[in-house]
Design a binder for this molecule. Structure first.
Ligand SMILES: [Zn+2]
Length: 114
C-alpha cells in the first residue's frame, strides 16, 4: 500500500525521465497487470494517440513496442522520441517505439520498425 504522497513523488520521478527511460520502466510494470479468463487475456499497455485536426480529422492510436534490450546492449534503445513505426506481424496491431527493433506489447513478437 502506498500513500498519496508516495504516488505523487513517484509520478514526479517518472515525469523527469526521457521517454525511452519511461518506456523502459513501464515495460517492467504494465505487463504485471494482465488478467486471464474466459478465453481472454487483458493486459495494460502504453499507447500514443495522435490527433489530426485537419480534414479528415481523426485519431490514430498506436501501441508502444518495447525496445529489444538485447539488441541495444541491455539498454533502453536509441535516445529519440517514439518515431519508429510498424505493425506486429502476429496480431496486426500498429506499434511505435524509440527503437527499430522492438517487441509487441500484446504478444511479445519481435517487430521491425522503420
Ligand atoms: Zn503482437
Amino acid at each position: 500500500m502506498s500513500t498519496d504522497e508516495d504516488r505523487v513523488r513517484l509520478a514526479r520521478q517518472l515525469g523527469r525521465l526521457p521517454v525511452r527511460e519511461l518506456v523502459d520502466v513501464l515495460r517492467r510494470v504494465l505487463p504485471q497487470h494482465a488478467e486471464d479468463g474466459n478465453g481472454m487475456r487483458t493486459t495494460l499497455v502504453l499507447a500514443t494517440a495522435t490527433v489530426y485536426e485537419q480534414e479528415p480529422a481523426g485519431i490514430d492510436v498506436t501501441l508502444v513496442a518495447w525496445p529489444d534490450r538485447d539488441h541495444y546492449d541491455d539498454g533502453p534503445g536509441p535516445e529519440q522520441g517514439l518515431w519508429e513505426d510498424g505493425r506486429c506481424a502476429r496480431c496486426d496491431v500498429e506499434v511505435s517505439s524509440n527503437a527499430k527493433r522492438a517487441y509487441c506489447p500484446v504478444c511479445n513478437t519481435r517487430c521491425t520498425l522503420t
